[in-house]
Design a protein around this ligand. Structure first.
Ligand code: ZN
Length: 180
């Protein structure tokens, strides 16, 4: 089946990070944009273009963004923003201003767009709402836009369902190990 990106991050920079599934469980980790075709599908899904020949750079910048953002999600402490700063400065140098409001910049290419999206994430979003899915292997990140800020799972139909099934199983079979 063709790749169908799940855009649950609430921000394109987070959806970029979430192109890796099961990041925290190396036995299951899958890079969903491992081919140029998959990258093109993901780009179309988030409204970006120009992915030809960019796969390696996108993958590299994805890890830079992850290094900057993960510590914020885990402990509200900025990660390696210096690593992000360098590509961000370059992207802004090459960018052109949008002519209409909201005023912003248009990146020179796909990677610049992604880098600037990460910049917007750390500058403009309410990072108190940045969360990491509570499934131990998932590793997906999202902005919790729920009213009471209580979202715990990337997707309640996915990781949330598994957690519910586990609790249910343990209630029925007390004293048994954890279902995985
Ligand atoms: Zn999850």
């Amino acid at each position: 089946m063709a790749y169908q990106p799940e855009l649950i991050g609430g921000h394109v920079a987070l959806d970029l990070l979430n192109t890796i599934s099961w990041r925290l469980d190396p036995s299951r980790t899958i890079d969903r944009i491992a081919t140029p075709e998959a990258l093109a599908i993901w780009c179309a899904a988030v409204g970006l273009s120009g992915s030809d020949g960019q796969l390696e750079r996108v993958v590299a910048v994805r890890e830079v963004v992850y290094g900057a953002v993960l510590p914020i999600a885990r402990e509200m402490k900025a990660g390696d923003l210096a690593e992000l700063q360098r590509p961000l400065v370059g992207a802004l140098e090459r960018a052109t201003p949008t002519g209409a409001r909201p005023l912003d910049w248009v990146g020179a290419d796909l990677v610049d767009e992604l880098v600037m999206a990460a910049g917007r994430l750390v500058e403009r979003e309410d990072l108190g709402r940045l969360r990491e899915c509570q499934d131990s292997g998932c590793g997906w990140l999202f902005l919790d836009r729920s009213k009471n800020g209580s979202r715990r799972w990337c997707s309640s139909g996915d990781c949330g369902n598994r957690a519910r099934a586990r609790r249910h199983y343990q209630r029925l079979h007390p004293g048994t190990g954890v279902l995985s």
